[in-house]
Ligand binder design. Structure first.
Ligand code: MN
Ligand code: MN
Length: 463
């Protein structure tokens, strides 16, 4: 290459990817320390309810108090608001309040899992099992023969509430979905992946001992119910008013000889929820009011009163606007949001699914997805050039390493986030999150440096 071409290339062309080589040893150390808090959060936030209660407790320690709608807050005041125990908003009041719009970071705290059906309990050929209906997009075979823990809540007929959490402690019992042995799966092996394992096959093994040796039917199911009754005071009909979820029963762990990555259940999207929370905690007296909102139901389409399509966040912003003497809709129209959600990290084993110039890589920093959706840009809000320019400048100013990411090749699949629902409120929004390997599997992988970059990115947005 001539000297001129080299100089010109440096000046005009994109730099080559360098992965973690861009990070100093000190930064990697900081990232490692930061991730200890994240791992504890993830282990204590299997479900959206658990995530809300964990974040609420953290926020109270950081000086956040329950939001009072008609109270005039001062710059630097810290408030939180909880929606039905499944979504939480945290705000730090800014010097100019809502006058110039608010700054938003929004992540979801629900993750794919296995939910119980309303009538789950049955017995067949010497075993007791639960019928389930999976939650979110899963590759069903990945969830078989994995130890599962039971998390959730039962509301009894008298209105009393029982919270259940069994299986996380290695000394606890655990549960699993069975699978056929390779010796007998000749017929199964000829089927396509989606037909080899169907939703009705996701039955959970829960017991094998009968209550006694009488001639009554279904004594194994009865024995399971007796154990549950002794422990939690519930009877079979109480399943009718319950939310019981099966999640992987193992803790979050470091991955790789160099311990540069973290494996765990539910990175999507708690690996974005956590940095949006910690970045707000570090925000003292911002210019505009800053809000981190953690929402539910993203994995099933964001519907429902705790999902992003609900008016809950809108009304919270309206309340903040009202005491400032502003119209809520005007505040929204001036607001900026980072929709904090994960994207698919390039996997060299399945490289044909990705378009390497426009997908995200582990250790390349946070990933910005200008648009999500699928073939022909359906179902996306697609951030404007202006807003992309603004966020790009913000990231450069805050020394945040970042990359762009499309979700795989055009026409090969696709997916959505909450961004379009925020955009529909007339807010400027773009997706900024973390690349994940094995997304939606019972054990997903992210890089420590990337989640630390996300913390810096959200801090940059707020400050
Ligand atoms: Mn997600
Ligand atoms: Mn997801």
């Amino acid at each position: 290459m001539s000297e001129n071409a080299k100089e010109l290339k440096e000046k005009l062309m994109m730099k080559e990817r360098k992965g973690a080589a861009d990070y100093s040893a000190d930064l990697l150390k900081e990232a490692d320390a930061y991730c200890e808090g994240y791992k504890t959060f993830l282990d204590n936030s299997r479900t959206e309810r658990e995530a809300v209660s964990y974040v609420k407790a953290l926020a109270e320690k950081e000086g956040f108090t329950p939001f009072e709608p008609d109270k005039k807050y001062q710059p630097g005041d810290r408030v939180y608001i909880v929606n039905r125990e499944k979504a939480i908003g945290l705000a730090v009041i800014g010097k100019s309040g809502t006058d110039h719009g608010v700054k938003l970071a929004i992540a979801h705290i629900d993750s794919p899992r296995i939910d119980l059906k309303p009538n789950p309990l049955y017995e067949s050929n010497g075993l007791a099992l639960f019928k389930t209906h999976y939650y979110g997009g899963i590759k069903k075979y990945q969830w078989t023969t994995v130890p599962l823990a039971l998390h959730g809540r039962v509301v009894k007929l008298d209105g009393s509430v029982v919270d259940i959490r069994i299986g996380d402690d290695p000394k606890d019992e655990c549960f699993l979905i069975t699978d056929l042995l390779p010796h007998l799966d000749k017929e199964m092996a000829t089927k396509t992946m989606s037909k080899a394992f169907t939703g009705e096959d996701l039955n959970i093994l829960i017991g094998s001992l009968p209550f006694d040796d009488s001639d009554e039917k279904d004594l194994i199911a009865l024995n399971v119910m007796k154990i549950l009754n002794d422990r939690f005071g519930i009877e079979e009909s109480d399943f009718l008013s319950a939310e019981l979820n099966f999640c992987p029963a193992y803790p979050t762990r470091d991955v790789g000889f160099d311990r540069s990555m973290i494996g765990g259940y539910g990175h999507d999207d708690k690996c974005c929820a956590y940095p949006s929370v910690t970045a707000l905690f570090e925000t003292k007296i911002p210019e505009s009011t800053c809000i981190t909102y953690l929402t539910d139901k993203e994995e099933t389409g964001s519907d429902g009163n705790t999902g992003m399509q609900s008016d809950f966040l809108r009304y919270f912003i309206y309340d903040l606007a009202k005491v400032d003497g502003n119209e809520g809709y005007r505040v929204l129209s001036k607001s900026k949001c980072l929709s904090a959600d994960v994207n698919a990290a390039f996997d060299p084993t399945f490289s044909s699914a990705y378009e390497p110039k426009n997908c995200s890589f582990i250790n390349e920093g946070v990933v910005i997805s200008k648009y999500t959706g699928h073939g022909g840009k359906y179902d996306t809000s697609d951030a404007s050039a202006e807003f992309m320019g603004e966020i790009r400048a913000m990231l450069a100013k805050n020394n945040v390493k970042w990359q762009v990411g499309e979700l795989g090749k055009v026409d090969i699949g696709g997916g959505g986030t909450i961004a379009k629902y925020v955009a529909n409120m007339n807010v400027d929004v773009v997706d900024l999150g973390i690349p994940v390997l094995c997304m939606h599997a019972p054990f997903e992988v992210i890089s420590k440096a990337d989640i630390y970059m996300a913390h810096k990115a959200f801090y940059g947005l707020f400050n």
